[in-house]
Design a protein around this ligand. Structure first.
Ligand code: NAD
Length: 259
């Protein structure tokens, strides 16, 4: 018997940037599917989104949908949400703003274009997807929004990303807190997750073995984070018990930053 069969679910999670095979988004999709959520995967890489959705529905027997979506484009985000709303999936109960990019550029070398690109995906993408998801959540009096920030915003870089990435992830924290106040009366909670060093492909092969070893040496838990470490926390923040938790920031960094 497949213990993960939830074909009659009334919960649906939209996860942006969940196409990446080794990424936090796909691990979150799997974890939420195991909890009985229908899953909509939005990614700028449409083939990756489709493969991820197929993998999730095969493994967990939940309804899934894949949409090609660039979170920096209002039109693209709107089309993807319209596809979710017009599909066999139940109404959106949770949104995980996971799509993100980084670059290890030193401050003096950051061009305005690169600065804008980092902000466009990490900050404007979070704004656009949330703005599109929120009215339905408010109408139904129930919603969970989880925003991916980073330890980089808290400790001022020092992992991989440059100052533009730290600034963008700091903006995500400000947005999370201010929106949490506005949305709470309508039953929508908004929280942020601040992962430390997690083994995914976001560093795109640019992290040297030496730097990796050095990073791990500084982590009290003694290892790099696994995507499942983050996915479990996000699943809690999308779940039924989180109604009194909002505007909060959750560290998942192996003790590398304790404050
Ligand atoms: P990843 O690179 O594995 O996956 C990111 C996904 O986002 C990819 O599938 C990519 O196609 C998608 N994406 C990029 N631009 C997009 C756009 N414009 N529109 C839609 N999708 C887009 O990354 P990851 O390591 O799994 O990171 C997930 C999130 O967690 C990011 O927001 C990242 O900043 C954050 N984070 C990661 C770490 C880490 O160590 N991996 C640490 C802290 C925070």
């Amino acid at each position: 018997m497949n213990t993960h069969t939830h074909t009659d679910t009334d919960r649906c999670a939209v996860i942006t940037g969940a196409g990446s095979p080794r990424g936090i988004g796909l691990a979150t999709a799997a974890r939420l599917a195991a909890d009985g959520f229908a899953i909509a995967i939005l990614d700028i890489d449409g083939d990756a989104a489709s493969a991820a959705a197929e993998q999730i529905s095969a493994e967990y027997s939940v309804p899934t949908l894949a949409a090609t979506a660039d979170v920096t484009s209002e039109e693209s985000v709107d089309q993807a949400f319209a596809a979710v709303e017009g599909s066999h999936l139940p109404p959106v109960t949770a949104l995980v703003n996971n799509a993100g990019i980084t670059a290890p550029t030193r401050f003096a070398d950051i061009t305005l274009d690169e600065w804008r690109r980092i902000f466009a995906v990490n900050v404007e993408g979070t704004f656009l997807a949330t703005r599109r998801a929120l009215p339905g959540m408010r109408e139904r009096g129930h919603g969970r929004v989880v925003n991916l920030s980073s330890v980089s915003a808290q400790r001022g870089g020092g992992v991989f990303g440059g100052s533009h990435y730290s600034a963008a992830k700091g903006a995500v924290l400000g947005l999370t807190r201010a929106l949490a106040r506005e949305a709470a009366p309508d039953g929508v909670v908004v929280n942020a997750v601040t992962p430390g060093f997690i083994g995914t492909d976001i560093t795109a092969g640019k992290l040297t073995d030496e730097r990796r070893a050095q990073l791990i040496e500084e982590i009290p838990v003694g290892r790099g984070g696994d995507v499942a470490d983050v996915a479990g926390l996000i699943a809690y923040l999308c779940g039924p018990e989180v109604g009194y938790v909002t505007g909060a920031t959750f560290d998942v960094n192996g003790g590398s930053h304790i404050h």
